[in-house]
Design a protein around this ligand. Structure first.
Ligand SMILES: *Cc1c(COP(=O)(O)O)cnc(C)c1O
Length: 385
């Protein structure tokens, strides 16, 4: 079976992990800060706060930005549920902004109209989570301008987009946002097994996220309420969690990071090759916006199912039977039973609904060979013939 995504683990990765396993610190040692500094350098951000998942990093980001009961968080419906759940963890309500029909990212025009209506109704959001779908940055310049006009904070959910670029800078430089989150799950661009990180240029936000990452406990006198009683002394000054990444994982991340540009280049090569192999087939592909250089976490097609003798489901099943593990990203989040039960409206975002009706993710990962890719396209051709 050809999977839709797959990690690559080299001997160098294994050696880096083994070195840490034999060292004094398996966790809370020097590798995590080293990994944080390496990513901050790579992205051009001032700080990185690593976590045990992107989900944890999104939660830390929302806590640091002060999200709480009575507040609102808005995000894209075409994303993984974690982009929305971070708002619910903080007791906020979550709402969704429809996508652009060509890039499939949150649409700033829809956002502007929704903000104007929310301003009238007194229901403006505190945080917008902008999801860089499939690895392509949202229109961050437009989103940033709206954040100033309407006074909300911006978190980039760049779980798909580490290694991507936007307007000449690396995604993660936080030029147009408060915080940017990456995921290092094995299907993403680089992996720490499980893991994530929050990038920011704001030292206060970084310190606050680091506090929430580790029980709300600090050993920094500047964060304490009382005077130190000695070298053993620490204080819990907030309710935090254990969201720490381990040194073993950080070592894997550092080793993987040395190949990130090579991975993204290979993903681009394969994506371009798909684009030409798919010509003449009843599919649309994601529009590449000129401002963005995608990290190509996913290669998604929108099947023209309308009036066809086959369906997305039949194509999915035929391709799986032919050994190609296609996937679907994503079911609109507001349509999940949990969100429906918590008041999300059905069919709230018509463009997202239309996208979802024909969405299919084809395999894309650096080790995918050209002959495997040909096999994927042959299976798709058979499924739509
Ligand atoms: C993978 C993913 C997440 C969650 O990442 P984890 O590291 O698995 O917690 C969040 N948002 C999006 C868009 C993702 O694709």
């Amino acid at each position: 079976m050809i999977p839709y995504g797959r990690q690559e683990i080299t001997q160098e990765d294994i050696d880096a992990v083994v070195t840490v396993l034999r060292s004094d610190f398996l966790t809370q040692g020097p590798k995590v800060p080293e990994f944080e500094r390496a990513l901050a350098r790579y992205c051009g951000a001032a700080h990185g706060v690593a976590a045990n998942s992107a989900t944890s990093a999104l939660h830390m980001a929302c806590m640091a930005l002060g999200l709480g009961p009575g507040d609102r968080l808005w995000t894209s419906p075409i994303t993984f549920v974690a982009s929305a759940n971070c708002g619910l963890y903080c007791g906020a309500t979550v709402d969704f902004v429809d996508i652009d029909p060509d890039t499939w990212n949150l649409d700033p025009v829809v956002l502007a109209a929704k903000l104007e209506a929310a301003k009238e109704a007194g229901t403006l959001p505190k945080i917008l989570v902008a999801v860089h779908f499939a690895g392509q940055s949202c229109d961050m310049r437009a989103i940033h301008a709206l954040s100033i006009e309407y006074g909300f904070r911006v978190v980039e959910d760049a779980s798909h987009a580490v290694g991507g670029r936007y307007l000449g800078g690396a995604v993660g430089n936080c030029r147009y946002s408060d915080i940017t989150v990456f995921s290092f799950h094995p299907v993403k661009i680089v992996t720490t097994v499980e893991g994530g990180i929050a990038m920011t240029n704001d030292g206060k936000l970084a310190a606050s996220m680091a506090l929430f990452r580790s029980h709300g406990v600090t050993r920094d006198p500047a964060q304490m309420e009382r005077a130190s009683e000695g070298a053993w002394y620490y204080e819990q000054v907030a309710l935090g969690y254990n969201y720490r990444l381990t040194d073993v994982q950080a070592a894997l991340g550092l080793s993987q990071l040395s190949r990130i540009d090579h991975y993204v280049a290979r993903r681009h090569y394969l994506a371009d090759r798909y684009a030409s192999l798919l010509q003449g087939l009843p599919v649309r592909i994601q529009k590449e916006h000129p401002d963005a250089f995608s990290a190509f976490h996913l290669f998604v097609i929108r099947l023209r199912v309308e009036g066809a003798a086959w369906s997305r489901r039949s194509v999915f099943e035929t391709m799986r039977e032919m050994g190609v593990a296609v996937n679907v990203h994503y079911i609109p989040v507001y349509d999940q039973p949990f969100f429906r039960a918590n008041g999300s409206a059905r069919n709230a975002c018509p463009i997202a609904e239309d996208y979802y009706a024909g969405a299919l993710t084809l395999p894309l990962y650096p080790a995918l060979t050209e002959s495997e890719q040909d096999q994927v396209v042959e299976a798709l051709k058979a499924a739509v013939s």
